[in-house]
Ligand binder design. Structure first.
Ligand SMILES: Cc1cc2nc3c(=O)[nH]c(=O)nc-3n(C[C@H](O)[C@H](O)[C@H](O)COP(=O)(O)O)c2cc1C
Length: 337
């Protein structure tokens, strides 16, 4: 059995294998957030290397939503052309591709006045954010929705909403950063309201057979923060609207109390899968074929390899050899197979 090299289908998205490149910022755009040659080479190389599913890095829905100055953007129609180039290069080399739509919230390094659910800064190195009012909440929701429309135009096969790592949506979800007492704060249901509105607005712009994915921090790894059971409850509030959950963790507080080891986020992926019935992408420090195989055969549906794919862009081709799976190689490289 080689589950890792089995195909996978969710709605209209058909993947040739279960190997995922998770979103990883490349800090390689310009001040306008446009796609550069680097992005095309970088992502297309992983497609050539046999990755089944690539999730393009956190791409900001508004200029002030960028984490750092050279992040990709999708806040205007002018971004579509470059993103289309990217999806074309990835498709031509045999992989499917999603985009991660993001807003950094209080962790934005580019905003003069960052926004957040409550006016609490991340650390002393960050600015004190402005607490969002209802008008600003609606504006950001609308920006996510327009970004989703552009993602479809640019040829992406799926859309992932970034609700992890202590960025804006996660700031609303976590009781550590959301101290509001209006309809967007307090109970878990109220903290999830902003997320739910964004999910609804994004979903309304996607073709019916296009999967909607979310990335969550399954745990804040911090006392008083969300635990995996809370996050499963939040996901269940989105029932029927989302198809795949990409499981990560932490980022809400400057210090994470997380122990990392090979496959350290797989148990959370497995718990979320069990508690929500959703397809899950799991991972965390996965570098070897046996661990990736173990992940998809007993913990989650798809497995992400982040830093390992930065080290070894052709990792899937090598893993297939180790698994004695006869994977199709790019014809140009067949003499090296
Ligand atoms: C350079 C770099 C950039 C990253 N950027 C993002 C990002 O844009 N969005 C995101 O959700 N996670 C981001 N991450 C986290 C990765 O997607 C992944 O969850 C993390 O690296 C753990 O997986 P790994 O141990 O396989 O590398 C980034 C990680 C790295 C190393």
């Amino acid at each position: 059995m080689h589950t890792l090299f089995e195909s996978f289908k969710v709605k209209g998205l058909e993947l040739k294998n279960r190997i995922v490149m998770p979103p990883m910022c490349q800090y390689s755009s310009d001040e306008n957030g446009f796609v550069k040659d680097w992005h095309v080479f970088h992502y297309a190389s992983r497609a050539v290397g046999g990755v089944g599913f690539i999730i393009v890095e956190a791409t900001s829905v508004e200029p002030d939503g960028r984490i750092s100055p050279n992040d990709l953007g999708i806040w205007s129609d002018r971004h579509v052309e470059g993103l289309k180039k990217l999806t074309t290069a990835i498709h031509e080399n045999g992989a499917k591709v999603a985009i991660q739509l993001a807003h950094a919230g209080r962790k934005s390094r580019t905003a003069d006045l960052p926004i957040a659910p409550s006016a609490i800064r991340f650390s002393e190195e960050y600015r004190v954010p402005m607490q969002m009012d209802k008008i600003r909440i609606n504006e950001v929701t609308e920006e996510f929705s327009k970004a989703a429309e552009r993602a479809v135009k640019a040829g992406f096969d799926a859309v992932e909403i970034h609700a992890a790592h202590g960025y804006l949506i996660n700031e609303f979800l976590s009781p550590l950063t959301n101290k509001r007492n209006d309809e967007y704060g307090g109970t878990l249901e109220k903290r999830a309201r902003f997320f739910k509105e964004i999910v609804e607005s994004v979903k309304s712009k996607l073709p019916i057979d296009m999967p909607l994915m979310v990335r969550v921090s399954a745990s804040d790894y911090y006392e008083g923060g969300n635990e995996v059971e809370d996050v499963a409850k939040i996901l269940n509030l989105l029932s029927g609207m989302i198809d795949v959950v990409d499981i990560s963790g932490g980022g809400v507080m400057p210090e994470n109390h997380v122990k990392t080891f090979f496959g350290y986020q797989l148990d959370n992926a497995s718990k979320i899968k069990e508690m929500t019935g959703l397809y899950t992408i799991g991972g965390g420090l996965i570098t070897t074929y046996p661990l990736a195989e173990y992940a998809v055969s007993s913990k989650c549906d798809l497995v992400f390899l982040g830093r390992q794919l930065l080290r070894a862009p052709y990792w899937p081709l090598r893993a297939a050899k180790e698994a004695s799976v006869d994977l199709e190689w790019p014809f140009q490289y067949k003499r090296a197979k």
